[in-house]
Design a protein. Structure first.
Length: 254
């Protein structure tokens, strides 16, 4: 594949762990600058996740996790994945060495807060991916919303696995009502299942939600409806991004 054409007409015929055709990756975005999300929304989502017993990925910067020890403990105690990120507003326009320092600071803060190093990092730009490769120890990067399967990006001859995202609860261009968001997720899952059954092989479905929005009652209800619908499908599995990345690295090495 190339960065321009992706996998083209012959994507890998993947089968996820357990023989699933569609792997759903649920990512919860957390920022303590969103007061409702930090005080109430994140805990509604945590209770929801506990109820359904699914693995999730939490996207948060280390400093925010340090200021919320109960959330850090929940992530660690329940075996969830953590994807690191820059401090909000710090990811764009940083000089190379400034960004290198920001990643190092974020990693250290995350390890202090959770006792673990994140396997992934939000990386929307080539420079960030290059710095991740310099740092080493990462399984994957996320950020781009440009595919239905993981893929390898090559920067300066070094390959890094990208686990892409797609379905966002609050797209900036046109906010979606909770009911419509839930219906759209079900339609997407139906199509991906049918597509996978017809020949191209397994697909990944990324669902990205924010604690400050989907942690409100109505969006949370829509998310519950989708999770229940997905769990009723025998060819669907919920995997956090580290699980997806580890599977891809082992089964489809660069």
């Amino acid at each position: 594949m190339t960065d321009e054409t992706g996998y083209g007409p012959e994507p890998p015929r993947a089968r996820w762990p357990g023989g699933a055709l569609v792997a759903i990756s649920l990512v919860i975005g957390y920022e303590d600058s969103d007061s409702y999300g930090a005080r109430a929304g994140i805990w509604r989502l945590c209770r929801l996740i506990d109820r359904y017993g699914i693995p999730v990925t939490v996207a948060a910067c280390g400093r925010h996790l340090e200021r919320n020890p109960p959330l850090s403990a929940w992530i660690t105690d329940h075996g969830h994945d953590l994807i690191g990120r820059h401090e909000p507003g710090m990811g764009t326009g940083l000089a190379r060495e400034q960004e290198r320092a920001e990643i190092a600071t974020g990693l250290a803060a995350t390890e202090r807060a959770t006792g673990q190093r994140p396997h992934g990092w939000l990386a929307y730009y080539r420079q960030t991916r290059e710095l991740m490769a310099d740092e080493g120890g990462f399984w994957y990067a996320s950020g781009p919303a440009d595919d239905d399967l993981p893929y390898y990006a090559t920067d300066h001859g070094r390959k890094l696995l990208i686990v892409p995202g797609l379905h966002d609860d609050t797209p900036l261009s046109q906010p979606v009502a909770p009911r419509h968001f839930g219906e759209g997720l079900q339609l997407s899952l139906d199509y991906l299942l049918e597509e996978a059954r017809s020949g191209p092989g397994g697909r990944m479905m990324s669902v990205d939600v924010r604690a400050g929005y989907s942690g409100q009652p109505a969006p949370a209800a829509a998310l519950c409806g989708f999770i229940e619908y997905a769990q009723a499908q025998p060819e669907v599995a919920f995997l956090h991004r580290a699980g997806i990345a580890r599977f891809w690295l082992d089964c489809y090495p660069a």
